[in-house]
Design a protein around this ligand. Structure first.
Ligand SMILES: Cc1ncc(COP(=O)(O)O)c(C=O)c1O
Length: 487
């Protein structure tokens, strides 16, 4: 909800202050958008008297209805992958059975072993794996965990002490976060003219401290599949691993391939691919909070296991980052795969691809715009000339559309999901896009309200400033509404 507005506000204030430090009052204005519920009762402590359940439920239902309204219309890129409230309701019912269960306690909840093992098996079957994997809380945890496993294996096997990972600039930013936490150097490599990883550039950055390569299928910014076959061969020639980030495409591309679309090989069929992340909570149509991390072999998975025998609390064993985990997530993810079935995934992929093709063709027919690369389900586009793409976005926002704004270069993307496949949505988008391009031409030279906080990419001072503002926004996201109504 407020993120577009925040980005827009951040970009405006950043540009206006031209690298001067921002007054707190300006930041406070940007942050103000975070609190649309300021005028409802604001709780600063646990209420002394328990509230009425019906009242609490009604307040929550009101928020959910209003926040879902836009996504349900199909005018939002990405974010909501399923959009079927009946399906959500069913998954909610399943979640309810085990919401309270802690899957650490397998003697009490052996069902968790069935759910987790079978989720991994089904993912592995889809991606031609070896049945080795773990279930995590989402794409970020899968990526960071994989990075950790590679670091540990490289340390043990090759004595690596100053680890680095080589990946194209489009690899997901969660890896930068993981590398930051784990003191791994990130070596970023440029893209080709088709916006995919430049394999020669990757080769040039590998040395004896490289723990792994990373590539995407498809990447977040442009939805494209990196040349995995070549990157796999490169990884093998250096005896290092290759993680393929299929968080976004992992549960969609196999069905797209089965439908007969031209999908380059990217999964475990490619020699050299040693791990894959694929998010069940995206195109797997599970509830938010689940992803699968698959490994080609147990030795790599073993790196993320932790056992500590000498703790007074008992002998401790843990497969990954989390301690207690809710059985509800495992049960509902398992159930999502079963009730969707191959038939359901194929039908959804078919509708998504038809919608994406209409959008791609519509964008390609507008001379002022350029489709980036050769997309399948996520269509990224940029200006083909001097049009300000963020002015285009201003108009799309005003017309009720919510695109994802990318940067370096400035671009927008439409990640097509099931809600976008409703009849007429793709055509309506193309029409809105024509209007938006006209708007951008008419307002040429004006500063756009929206943006991806770009334009300071090559300017470290600018990036520092943006980071400092974003940290204040993060602080604000963890605070109660300032001046919120008393409870
Ligand atoms: C390619 C890719 N990788 C990783 C992630 C991170 O996933 P999550 O938001 O579940 O942590 C995303 C999220 O959109 C993604 O598109």
């Amino acid at each position: 909800m407020a993120f577009d507005k925040i980005r827009q506000g951040v970009k405006n204030v950043v540009i206006k202050t031209a690298l001067k430090h921002l007054p707190d009052s300006t930041i406070a204005k940007v942050i103000g958008d975070l609190y649309p519920y300021k005028d409802t009762a604001t709780y600063r402590r646990v209420p002394a008297e328990p509230l009425d359940r019906a009242a609490v439920l009604s307040e929550i239902a009101g928020m959910a209805r209003s926040e879902d309204a836009r996504g349900d219309k199909g005018t939002v890129s990405g974010s909501l992958y399923c959009g079927d409230h009946d399906h959500y309701h069913f998954l909610g019912e399943v979640f309810d059975q085990f919401s309270h269960a802690n899957v650490l306690q397998r003697d009490m909840y052996p069902s968790a072993t069935k759910f987790e093992g079978e989720i991994i098996a089904m993912a592995s079957d889809l991606l031609h794996g070896t049945g080795v994997g773990v279930v995590t809380s989402g794409g970020t945890e899968s990526l960071i965990t994989a990075l950790y496993s590679y670091r540990e294996l490289a340390r043990a096997k090759h004595g690596v002490t100053k680890p680095n990972v080589v990946m194209p600039v489009t690899a997901h930013v969660a890896l930068d976060k993981g590398a930051h936490w784990m003191d791994v150097e990130v070596r970023k490599t440029p893209l080709t003219g088709r916006y995919v990883a430049d394999v020669a550039a990757m080769a040039a950055r590998i040395d004896d401290q490289t723990i792994a390569l990373v590539a995407s299928a498809g990447d977040y910014a442009h939805g494209l599949i990196d040349p995995i076959t070549e990157i796999g061969a490169l990884a093998q020639s250096h005896d290092i691993g290759l993680h393929v980030d299929g968080c976004l495409g992992g549960w969609l591309l196999p069905w797209v391939e089965r439908l007969g679309y031209d999908v380059p090989l990217w999964d475990f069929r490619v020699p050299g691919v040693t791990s894959i992340s694929a998010d069940t909570h995206k195109y797997g149509y599970a509830l938010k909070g689940s992803s699968v991390l698959l490994y080609r072999d147990k030795e790599l998975r073993r790196q993320q296991y932790f056992a500590y025998p000498d703790w007074p609390g008992g002998l401790y064993l843990s497969p990954g980052f989390a301690g207690s985990r809710s059985g509800g997530i495992l049960a509902s993810t398992w159930a999502a795969l079963l009730v969707t079935g191959q038939e359901g995934y194929l039908a959804a992929a078919d509708a998504i691809m038809r919608t994406a093709t209409t959008i791609r063709d519509g964008v390609a027919a507008i001379p002022e715009l350029e489709v980036m690369g050769d997309p399948l389900f996520l269509v990224a586009f940029k200006s083909a000339g001097d049009l300000d793409i963020y002015l285009v976005n201003d108009s799309l926002i005003a017309q009720g559309w919510r695109m994802n704004a990318a940067q370096l270069p400035p671009a927008l993307h439409f990640c097509v999901t099931r809600p976008n496949t409703a009849p007429g949505v793709a055509e309506a988008f193309v029409e809105a896009l024509h209007g938006a391009v006209d708007y951008a031409k008419e307002h040429k030279g004006e500063s756009a309200k929206s943006g991806a906080v770009y334009g300071f990419g090559g300017n470290p001072k600018g990036n520092e400033l943006v980071t400092s503002v974003m940290f204040k926004v993060l602080d604000a996201m963890h605070a109660v509404a300032p001046g919120g109504k008393a409870s």
